[in-house]
Design a protein around this ligand. Structure first.
Ligand SMILES: CC(C)(COP(=O)(O)OP(=O)(O)OC[C@H]1O[C@@H](n2cnc3c(N)ncnc32)[C@H](O)[C@@H]1OP(=O)(O)O)[C@@H](O)C(=O)NCCC(=O)NCCSC(=O)/C=C/c1ccc(O)cc1
Length: 405
């Protein structure tokens, strides 16, 4: 039995169970970015000029080498040179406390960015915002209550009874965590419509001048950008069929943390914002472990590992080397990670929001290429933790007897 046929039988079995996730689907996808866009080829010059660090020529050259190899062409940022002007604590002097100022900026920036993506997703979805029953917000930028979730609910005009959950500090897998939670909510609440909004103003809490002896901060400065993604998730059994259209069915999700890797990827909120740890070992650790993680996730579904080129792959583009590691680990043909590489190139790494951009890009590409029905979504972040979800593309015939839309 091939992978797709096995999955069909798992889906058919699960339809007999009283509680199931198999018909929970992504119903719409939206994304947004701040207006300020900087080309990667100009970034090292911009960054060292704005932070008055041009005298650090060796660091600047290293930054240029990292930018050249980053796989990024451009990124979007909440800050502009104008908004930074007159705020030395944010970009000139790391000895000045800046946490309160950064959090105050994030308190407005995050809900507004989230609202921009959410407005698009609600428009695509086609139903009134008041039909949203649950809201899951994920961000690494913010530390207050009431938080970005309540502000977003107000901005969108959601009903006061909407059930809110705010996920914080999930790093780059925060988007996948939010999608997993939304899948579980939709799978256990018939008729639920879950709005997931992942908003990241990565630079607001981490922009600071380059310093000698902290090269991974340079890597972070070269990779991270700002953006938001939003998704609406619901149970296909209760779809308003003339309005709602499933895009991806969410079949199964799991999370695994690699033992002994606590210090490989890390974020610590300090007086001057996030202290970012990105070990040079991260790509090799991913390459050595990722295939086993995915195989273990698929086993309970009765799917054997292997045949990886027959799947589609929404992978979080943590960095070019992370994608290279995944490509090597699964023996993927060139082009299998094209959507992830495209998003990295056009937007950089926007932490948890990035995976929603990748899903959107895969959806766009699938309009031409409808071959791969089954996909494995992956988010990678601090832990090292890997969030995985099996997706089934909607709108494809699985076999002659079992058609999903
Ligand atoms: C684009 C990179 C950075 C460089 O490309 P390369 O092919 O490895 O090129 P090189 O080996 O020539 O490296 C260029 C320079 O960068 C240096 N470098 C190369 N990685 C490093 C390094 N982690 N440190 C510090 N110098 C380095 C490397 O030593 C070298 O320095 P130099 O010899 O002076 O030119 C590439 O290594 C890369 O994509 N790395 C993966 C980055 C990565 O782990 N991303 C995080 C994945 S998980 C995620 O998305 C985020 C989680 C997260 C985590 C923390 C947070 O706070 C928030 C979120």
């Amino acid at each position: 039995m091939d992978a797709t046929a096995r999955l069909v039988s798992v889906l058919q079995e699960s339809q007999k169970a009283p509680r199931r996730n198999s018909s929970v689907a992504v119903l719409a996808i939206g994304t947004a970015n701040p207006a300020n866009c900087i080309l990667q080829e100009d970034y090292a010059d911009w960054y060292f000029r704005v932070t008055k660090s041009d005298h650090l020529t060796a660091l600047k050259n290293k930054m240029k080498r990292i930018c050249d190899k980053s796989g990024v062409k451009k990124r979007y940022f909440h800050y502009t040179e104008e908004t930074l002007a007159g705020r030395p604590e944010l970009f000139l002097d790391p000895t000045l406390p800046s946490l309160s100022a950064r959090l105050a900026i994030a308190a407005n920036a995050i809900p507004e960015l989230a609202a921009a993506a959410a407005t698009k997703v609600i428009a695509e979805w086609g139903r009134p915002a008041g039909d949203i029953t649950h809201l899951v917000v994920s961000t690494n930028s913010g530390a207050q209550a009431p938080g970005a979730d309540l502000r977003l609910a107000e901005l969108l005009g959601l009903r006061p009874t909407v059930q809110r959950t705010l996920l914080s500090l999930h790093g780059c897998f925060g988007g996948c965590s939010a999608l997993r939670l939304a899948m579980d909510i939709a799978g256990s609440n018939r008729g639920a419509r879950v709005l997931v909004a992942v908003a990241e103003a990565t630079t607001v809490l981490s922009f600071r001048p380059p310093v000698e002896g902290h090269p991974d901060a340079l890597v972070a400065a070269a990779l991270f950008g700002d953006g938001a993604g939003a998704v609406i998730i619901g149970d296909d059994d209760s779809t308003a069929t003339n309005v709602e259209r499933p895009i991806f069915y969410m079949v199964s999700a799991s999370q695994v943390t690699l033992p002994g890797t606590e210090d490989t990827l890390s974020m610590r909120l300090q007086e001057d914002g996030y202290d970012i740890g990105i070990s040079v070992e991260a790509p090799a650790i991913i390459r050595d472990n990722i295939e086993g993680c995915v195989a273990n996730m698929l086993a309970p579904l009765g799917l054997a590992g292997g045949g990886w080129n027959g799947l589609f792959w929404p992978v979080h583009p943590g960095g070019r080397a992370i994608l290279d590691s995944c490509q090597a680990a699964f023996g993927l043909e060139p082009g299998k990670l094209a959507a992830s590489r495209h998003v990295l190139s056009e937007y950089g790494n926007m932490y948890g929001a990035t995976i929603i951009f990748v899903l959107n890009e895969i959806r766009r590409r699938r309009r031409q290429d409808r071959e791969q029905k089954l996909g494995v979504m992956m988010g990678i972040g601090p832990g090292v933790s890997i969030e995985m979800m099996v997706l089934l593309a909607a709108g494809v015939a699985l076999d002659s007897s079992f058609i999903i839309h």
